[in-house]
Design a protein around this ligand. Structure first.
Ligand code: SPV
Ligand code: MG
Length: 432
């Protein structure tokens, strides 16, 4: 019996998969190379079903003899092991994302006279369309909330984008690119105090109260499905913080990050230019413990943000606080810095990651924006937040438009800063 190798993710099985397997069955014994969870997370998104769940499904498809893990998107390692007579694949990989992978398969098969058989792509099925359909169904608060922990557990680095209203929520939810054979997108949203305040025309000093912030959160919840991390400022008084935790958990927000400052909070990126007071370790640990006691499930994460480097209190203080906050039960640590070279962040991570008791570390590379996600991951970070970039990019475009209209007594010249009317009318589906 000839050996036939077919690689797939099979996270959403459709008749296109069955067609390919049926063609393979005509050629011989079908071995499925099933992408592992890491492979799917790397090139696409967190799988809906785990490897073992997908394996059971695929094993039970008529014509499948064996399912083996494929732990790279590239089939070559498995092909060298199995040396199949045929590889069967849909013919939709000749261009785009998978073109190189196809060429490598053809080259490898040549070594033992194997053959690539391409099955005409099944019309009317598209994984990305199915994905969109699933997103249209929406989510529930519990499902959305759980997603963040799941992502942190399954991806090298979780990529979070700032959102401050429904529209920026949609940008974080839907923006996708194809690069180096992978689909890249954001994993969730950060509701920044700076951007939420700025969007409301107010300073970032905890002036925008929880009720107002909940309006922003609700606008974003309504039109997105990805997990949300709330910038909770100092968390306020402990007696208030416990209510905040319950409210956010009920809504399906995944995490709150609170910073260890007291008094009139100002934005961290002022550094020591403004007066700011750090909380005592004791008090802040109490806040963490109270928050933990208030939540209903441990799917909701309470992340402790350390301001020692911002306030020039030193690395030792940052490390001592990290230890204490983890002991107090913080589900994650955010370490902040406004140094441009990123060195103190790397130093903190190298010390923190030697701790016996570790939790995921969140970083916000606004000042050290030259550092890539890969570099931050290699340094030991788990979550990277792009904390303010959508509002910072929108503002100059809006001011340019306003100035251009004043300059020219008409709107014609502002056209270059504006999207076409046709596009804005159809940007949000359902308006027609
Ligand atoms: C925010 O985005 O509001 C933050 C991060 O707290 S930073 O502005 O860098 O302090
Ligand atoms: Mg903030």
């Amino acid at each position: 019996m000839k050996k036939v190798y077919i690689a797939m993710s099979a996270d959403l099985i459709h008749h296109g998969h069955l067609n390919v397997i049926e063609e393979g069955r005509k050629l011989g014994e079908v071995i499925i190379g099933l992408h592992t969870d890491d492979v799917i997370s790397e090139y696409w998104r967190t799988p809906l079903l785990s490897y073992n769940e997908r394996k059971v499904i695929v094993e039970n498809i008529k014509g499948v003899s064996e399912v083996v893990p494929q732990d790279e998107l590239d089939q070559v390692a498995n092909l060298l092991k199995i040396k199949p007579d045929y590889v069967v694949h849909g013919d939709d990989w000749k261009e785009g994302l998978q073109k190189n992978l196809r060429e490598r398969v053809i080259e490898t098969l040549k070594q033992w006279g194997g053959e690539l058989v391409e099955v005409k792509y099944t019309d009317g099925v598209s994984i990305s369309k199915l994905d969109e359909t699933i997103n249209l169904i929406g989510t529930t608060p519990a499902n959305r909330m759980k997603k963040l922990k799941k992502l942190i557990g399954s991806k090298p680095v979780v990529r979070i984008m700032e959102a401050h209203n429904g529209l920026t929520g949609l940008i974080a939810e839907k923006t996708k690119i194809e690069k180096d054979g992978k689909i890249k997108e954001f994993d969730g949203m950060w509701i920044s105090s700076l951007c939420d305040s700025t969007a409301k025309g107010k300073p970032d000093i905890e002036l925008v109260d929880l009720t107002s912030r909940l309006n922003t959160i609700n606008d974003i919840l309504e039109v997105t499905t990805k997990p949300i991390i709330l910038d909770g400022d100092t968390g306020g008084k402990i007696e208030h913080f416990v209510y905040t935790v319950k409210t956010l958990e009920r809504l399906g927000v995944s995490a709150i990050i609170i910073e260890d400052k007291v008094g009139l909070k100002k934005n961290s990126l002022f550094g020591t230019d403004v007066e700011q007071t750090q909380d005592t370790i004791e008090n802040f640990c109490d806040k963490i413990r109270s928050g933990r006691a208030a939540r209903v499930t441990n799917d909701f994460m309470i992340i402790a943000r350390i301001e020692s480097l911002i306030l020039k209190a030193g690395m030792d203080d940052a490390i001592a606080r990290a230890k204490a906050y983890v002991e107090a039960g913080a589900d994650g640590i955010m370490i902040h810095s406004q140094q441009k070279d990123g060195k103190e962040i790397v130093e903190f991570l190298s010390i923190f990651n030697q701790f016996e008791k570790k939790v995921p570390v969140v970083v916000v590379p606004t000042s050290y924006s030259h550092m890539t996600e890969k570099e931050l991951y290699e340094a030991g970070a788990s979550v990277v937040i792009y904390a303010n970039h959508l509002i910072r990019s929108a503002y100059p475009a809006m001011v340019n438009t306003a100035k251009s209209i004043l300059e020219n007594d008409r709107a014609l010249e502002a056209k270059e800063y504006c999207m076409p009317i046709k596009e804005i009318l159809t940007l949000i589906p359902g308006g027609k």
